[in-house]
Write a protein that binds this ligand. Structure first.
Ligand SMILES: [Fe+2]
Length: 393
């Protein structure tokens, strides 16, 4: 039995159902909100998804303010600008409508509505977890992709423009239990229009969360149970969601599975995420694509340390493991990830995805600064990061 005192969090309230977005005004009022602040991005607005969120507010005569300038890798600059709008408009509830970038930015904005700027002291590597208090406006997260699971995670990844590592900005994490949304509203209708490539990238991000969380080196049986069930749901639905995007049931299951996988990763992640966080700022390779490419080589690297657990992963993903030894089943899990990548037309390697090979040494060094790999089942040195990046290239 582990003798360390551990801290486990259960997810926030989750509402899941087709058409639930129509109840958004009621949810705002249930929190005592009179003027919600909607954080989103231009893409979500342009394809009409934002409209589905603001119509119920307008129908209920609830005035609101919007901030739509969130970038794909949100910076501290847009966070500070968002806070200014929130305060000028005298809002009282934060609603994030979007993918991981939007939800992460909304979490950071929410922190600065009641905590003195700048963001610097609140990053996890500045000891931020001890400085963030719970006195913040309610947060409703409405994910429009099925992958990041930011709606139930304690983390927010922000690109810190004040800090340069090896001649570029660095992504930094804010991790606190107070980052948890007060309500995660999962409506699959908002995800049916997602293009195939985004469905694949975000879906593979969710699968990576499930796998890395399951094998992370922390005693957390609650998360491990949820991770396996998430992988089961994701494995059974990712192909249908990719090939038949209009299938509302598969979309709903992907949304729920990604939410569960993110709940599971409160246990921790691993080397895939440490490297992927660097790739999406420096290459730039989208987070989910970077994960999909890195997952097989990292799993091979970890294999001798987690054979039984990877065998469980194969089974959860729906691979037929009957008659296979644990070792064979573990290898079958890695093969299944390769199969999914091929079926989803993922780039064959980081080079094909646009990475300049000369950047690899810098990326390896920067990956070591990311906290995720500390719970990887096999310890990683900078040399290992170099090897993994070369293998994935
Ligand atoms: Fe991720």
């Amino acid at each position: 039995m582990n003798t360390e005192i551990l801290s486990y969090f259960l997810p926030p309230r989750i509402e899941f159902g087709e058409g639930d977005i129509a109840n958004l005004a009621e949810h705002v009022r249930a929190f005592g909100g009179k003027k919600p602040f909607i954080v989103s991005d231009a893409g979500i607005s342009n394809v009409g998804i934002l409209r589905q969120a603001v119509t119920p507010l307008e129908d209920a005569n609830l005035s609101y303010a919007t901030y739509l300038d969130i970038e794909p890798n949100p910076t501290d600059i847009s966070v500070v600008q968002g806070v200014e709008v929130y305060k000028t408009e005298k809002c009282d509830v934060v609603i994030a409508v979007g993918g991981g970038s939007v939800m992460d930015a909304a979490k950071a904005i929410r922190i600065l509505t009641t905590h003195a700027p700048p963001l610097e002291p609140y990053y996890v590597d500045s000891g931020g977890a001890d400085k963030i208090r719970g006195d913040m406006p309610p947060l409703i997260c409405v994910p429009t992709t099925a992958g990041t699971g930011s709606e139930v995670s304690q983390g927010a990844i922000i690109t810190d423009t004040s800090l340069q590592t090896t001649n570029r900005w660095r992504k930094r994490a804010i991790v606190t239990r107070y980052n948890m949304a007060n309500l995660a509203l999962l409506d699959p209708v908002l995800t049916v229009g997602m293009p195939q490539a985004l469905t694949a990238a975000t879906g593979m991000d969710a699968i990576t969360h499930g796998i890395e969380a399951y094998v992370a080196t922390k005693y957390h049986p609650i998360s491990e149970g949820v991770a396996l069930q998430a992988l089961k749901i994701l494995g059974a639905n990712i192909r249908t969601a990719y090939h038949h995007g209009e299938n509302i049931e598969a979309r709903g299951k992907m949304l729920l599975g990604s939410c569960m996988a993110a709940f599971a990763f409160q246990k921790g992640l691993g080397a895939v995420h440490s490297i992927a966080h660097q790739l999406s700022t420096d290459a730039p390779i989208p987070h989910g694509v970077a994960n999909a490419i890195l997952l097989p080589p990292v799993m091979e690297f970890n294999l001798p340390h987690v054979i039984e657990k990877y065998a469980d992963v194969a089974d959860a993903l729906g691979v037929n493991v009957e008659g296979l030894s644990k070792g064979e089943a573990a290898c079958a899990a890695i093969d299944e990830i390769r199969e999914l990548n091929k079926e989803f037309n993922m780039p064959a390697g980081l080079g094909a995805a646009g990475l300049d090979r000369e950047k690899i040494p810098k990326l390896a060094a920067d990956s070591m600064l990311d906290h995720c790999h500390k719970l990887n089942p096999r310890q990683c040195s900078e040399q290992d990061m170099l090897y993994l990046l070369e293998e994935a290239f």
